[in-house]
Design a protein around this ligand. Sequence first.
Ligand code: ATP
Ligand code: MG
Ligand code: MG
Length: 350
Amino acid sequence: GATIGVLGGGQLGRMLSIAAAQLGYRCHIYAPEEAPPAADVSAAVTQGDYGDGDALRRFAAQVDVVTYEFENIETGPVLELAEVVTVRPSIGALQVAQDRLSEKDFVSGLGGRPAPYRAVSSRAELDEALGEIGTPAILKTRRFGYDGKGQARIMSRADADAAWAATGGQPAMLEGFVSFEREFSILLARSVDGQVVIWDAPDNEHKSGILDRSTVPAGPLIRAQAAEAGELARAVAAALDYVGVLTLEFFASENGPVFNEMAPRVHNSGHWTIEGARTSQFENHIRAVCGLPLGAVDLVAARVEMVNLIGGDVHDWLTTLADPNAHLHLYGKGEARPGRKMGHVTRLEF
Ligand code: ATP
Ligand code: MG
Ligand code: MG
């Protein structure tokens, strides 16, 4: 089998490697960490920074195709990589999705409806943006944020100084606060020849800005909005000539689906698909980047629930292991720091 290069070595890379191995492929991980979670289950690992052009070229020479499980990387050196090896999804998708401002502009252009937003690149612009958008609002760095990092809530204008300090004066955007009922995501996979599959939309609950739980099928409100959101995701994928798994996050509001952000990769809210769908997000991503047809994505149970195991949480392992419908996943990370995703549990109900 061919060798798939993966930029990023976290738990998403780990689960991609496992899915690739089942199909007879090898994964070669490229990551800055010394012993990333994906390393123990992958055929090869190159340790290097995402900005290290030489190391990236050596990596590219050893793989047949490159994909990524982490979008917060400098595109410059990766752009060069794309000249010598096929990168899927394309660098264009990576560029759009790694900047909150460009992803909102892009998705709005295709008919998506985000919360009101304004670019903010100085303290004075934050005041102007607050004048237009009002409060409550959220200031978010345009790049490098995840799990709610790089965000500050502004409940009244008195919070503006603190918010500006909290985001470190980085290029940012101000976004109106959405009073939503539920949150959900659209997980889509698109093949090289344009075949598209969309899994059932999970209902996502967050705690402290971190995904806590995903449940499928979602309730009636989300189910009523998933078709419109899915059409938007299809349009985004088509416009980017996307190959692989693409995730769009939404708020289900009284006025329909509000687009939050997109991720050009497999996603935490799709972990339930490993046991809960006929083909997992990881397998379909591997199939797509390797040019294979996609697998069916129907639910295999009446209900599926995925709960994250976050560092510091107490978890009753024995109860999980004794439950015949529960599946325990641990990512092999050493230290359980607060807020760190250590594993997850998926429970099926038939
Ligand atoms: P991820 O780990 O999903 O990449 P992130 O750091 O990119 O997260 P967001 O998805 O922008 O951050 O926000 C994290 C969570 O904060 C959202 O899932 C939602 O619960 C809440 N949130 C973000 N933006 C808004 C908003 N405009 N109005 C209300 N809640 C919001
Ligand atoms: Mg994000
Ligand atoms: Mg998010």
